[in-house]
Design a protein. Structure first.
Length: 107
């Protein structure tokens, strides 16, 4: 399995220039309580590789997984790669890093 860790600044730049599709794999209630602006929800607990593949193909941007702190996003990478979906990058600090650094949050 390949895992590429991305930091907050890389995520921020990618969202600003619209080169990154940030896929939040936290639970729906976590996402609803607060998420990184521009991210989309795709919970790990109901991980659907067909829907994920369609989302990535339809969007066209570079897919990057995110979660609360970088653990579930690695599990999502494993699930995607096992299904043949070429996603290798995740936000290593996740939502907690974003929030604690004072990043804008949507709810």
């Amino acid at each position: 399995m390949k895992v590429v860790d991305l930091d907050r600044e890389t995520i921020k730049r990618g969202l600003e220039d619209r080169s990154i599709l940030l896929i939040d794999v936290r639970e729906p209630h976590e996402y609803a309580a607060g998420h990184i602006p521009g991210s989309v929800t795709h919970p790990l607990s109901t991980f659907d590789t067909r829907a994920l593949s369609a989302l990535i193909a339809e969007d066209g941007r570079r897919p990057v997984f995110s979660c609360a702190a970088g653990v579930r996003s690695v599990h999502a990478l494993a699930a995607a790669q096992s299904a043949g979906i070429p996603v290798e990058e995740h936000y290593v600090g996740g939502f907690k890093d974003w929030y604690l650094a004072g990043g804008t949050v949507e709810s």
